[in-house]
Structure formats: C-alpha cells, structure tokens
Design a protein around this ligand. Sequence first.
Ligand SMILES: *Cc1c(COP(=O)(O)O)cnc(C)c1O
Length: 428
Amino acid sequence: MSNYDFDSTYEYARKLDQQDELASFRNEFYMKEGSIYLDGNSLGLLSKRAEKAVLDILDSWKQLGINGWTEGAYPWFYVSEKLGEMSAPLVGAAPEEVIVSGSTTTNLHQAVATFYAPEGQKTKILADELTFPSDIYALQSQIQLKGLNPDEHLVRVKSRDGRMLAEEDIIAAMTEEIALIVLPSILYRSGQILDMKLLTEEAHKRGILIGFDCCHSIGSIPHHFNKWDVDFAVWCNYKHLNGGPGGVASLYINKKHFDRTPGMTGWFGSRKDKQFDMEHSFTKANDASAYQMGTPHLLSVAPLIGSLEIFAEAGIHRIREKSLRITRYMMNLISHELKGMGFIMGNPDDDNRRGGHIFLEHAEAARICKALKANGVVPDFRAPNGIRLAPVALYNTYEEVWKTVQIIKTIMSEEQYKQFENVREVVA
Ligand SMILES: *Cc1c(COP(=O)(O)O)cnc(C)c1O
C-alpha cells in the first residue's frame, strides 16, 4: 500500500486498521467510550503505564518518606536525569544532553538567559511572527532584562501567507545584528515542519546560536539534534508525549556548551555528589542537569516514566510512519467528502513538511468545533478560524478518522453548527 492509495469507503478504513502495526498500543490508553479524541497534540491521553508510574511514586512517598530520594522503584534524586536519558532517542541526543525540568516557558527563559549575550553589533534575537505567544513574551522579557528594548531587539520573520514560514526568509533575516535565534520546530497552527538542519547550518555559518521550541514535534517526528548540531531545545511533555496536564517539560543542551554556567542557577543544578555539601559556591553538574533549579516536581514528572516506555517500544520511526499515513488519509477523505463546504487545508501537503496534525480553516471554525464536541469528537480550535485535528499514531484509528469526516459532513450539510455561537471558549 502506498501513501497515496485511497478509497473513501468505511471498509477501507477498517482494512487500514487491520494492517496497522501500532494498533495494539491503543489498549494502553484510557479511551472514552463513544468519543473520538483528536486533541492529542494539545493534551495527550492518559496511558495505563503513566497511571501506574504515578501510583508507584505515590507509593514510594507512602512507604519510604524521605528515603524515597534514594530508594524505591524510581529514586527521586535521579528521576529527572533518568527521564532525560529515556527522552534522548526521541531527539537524537546523548543521554546527558537532556534534562526533564521546569515548563517550556521557564526552560526557554533558562536557555535564553544562558545563550543570549548581546555584544557589539550582535544584540538581537530572531524569532517569527507565527510562533507561540509564550515564547515571544519570554524573549521580550529576556531582552528587557539585558536593559534593551524588545521593540528594537526582537526581530520577527514574517509569513508570506499567514500559515507557513519560508526558510529562505528566515535565512535572509540572519543579519550581522542577530545574536540568537529561537524558532518552533513545528508551527502550532499550520503544523509546518521547519528545516532544523538547514537553519542550524545557516545560523552557525554566521556565528549565530540557535535553539528550537519542539512542543509540537516531540513524540510526533524524529529529531537529530546531534547530527544537526542544534545549540539547545525546549519542549513540553504533555502533548504528543502524553505526560499529563501540567507535566514537567524538557531541555536539550548540546554537549559542546557544557562548560557554560546556566543563566539561572539553583541547587538542583549542582554536581550530585556536591549538592548536599551545602556550600555557597555553586559546583555545577557537567551536563544538561546543571539547568535544573529547584527540587523536581515528582508527582508531575511521574506519568512521563510510563509514557516514555511506550515510546521506546513503539519507536519514533514507526510512529512517524503511521502519523504520515493517517494524516494523509484524513486529508484525502476531507478533499473527497467535504468539497465545496468552505474548508481550506491550512497545513502543508508535503510529507517532509507536515507535522502530526491537520489544520482545517473555515469561517465558522469556532462553532463547527462546538458542533463536533456535541457529536462526540474532540478537536481543538485556534482563533480566528482554525480547527486542529490530530489523529495520533499511538491511539487513534483510521475508523475514527473516517467517522469524524462523516460527522463534519453531516454538521455542514445539516447546518448543525448554526445552533452554536461562533466564538471561542475560555480554554481552546
Ligand atoms: C504548548 C506550547 C507551549 C506551552 O508552554 P508551557 O510553558 O508548557 O505552558 C509553548 N510553546 C509551544 C510552541 C507550544 O506548543
């Protein structure tokens, strides 16, 4: 079967499910009966193994008290490093280059506090106008903390069509004034993958450091940070990685930067054997774990232990293969079934460019999303006119995709969406 074989029948969807090598992983997750969950790119679902890991950590607290730091199934003192090691294959890094700590936004603050050193004419940070707002807020405040004006020192590459970014435009913006570049790996709306290898090469040619926000790519596509020589990256673990709401995030630091002192230090960044000497001079760890600050949030990090085991078994390459196949299938069905209904496919068509979700644009998007929810489908709305649909490789089926497209078709042909207001809800 090639990616481009297509048949719009229900039987064909069933056949694709029968051929799906990853099908058994669905049983690992809590799927709500009668509901089709297509929002795994915003909040991944709970797996049984993640749940067990939380219970195990709770149990070690119950049974061991303070001794849980060094005893039990997952000695707490080493959990963040252990999870870094388990995450490393997902980003093509060495185990000691990844640490699980903080949130995406705090990790971005940490990385920028470390790598942004305005000097001479190199004083600006390069980002883009489509990036996630929190990243922009973080960059603005980091520029301010250096005593500079963000209006002047934060450069945002423009998008030509409001959906995608052109690498050539980003490269053209890598002027002599740029000290640091922070870009998303996958744009959170259109799902476009940026060419991280090319952008890193071009940045380094110009003596510019570069880091990526990988919230939407982690667990959905493979990365090769070492090969690409990316300077740093940050990501959250609660989207494709199913690490739980508010789960602890991650930071990758290229080992060539291990001699740097993190911009924001705290005692959990100490060399482990020195930490409890309680000295007032900081002896930093010689790897990414130096980028931690305070005591790890054990209860929030716990689900990731179980979740990453699933990723190790499924393998990111197989996950990507299914993701490409099922998103392509959904796009084909949408073109076939929803013709003339006012939908625009806002995500890239090309397999090399397309991330783990589909982005459908429609003038009535907000209320179509509400009608979808009323019909048992969980999408996610992105203002002003976007519907994100993520058929997730580990737990969604081709059958669910087929049903979803039929439901959208009915919502449109019966004008069901008109029963709802076309405004977003407080959390979208
Ligand atoms: C989800 C997401 C975030 C969220 O940041 P938190 O600090 O985890 O709230 C940041 N950036 C991108 C690109 C995201 O998709």
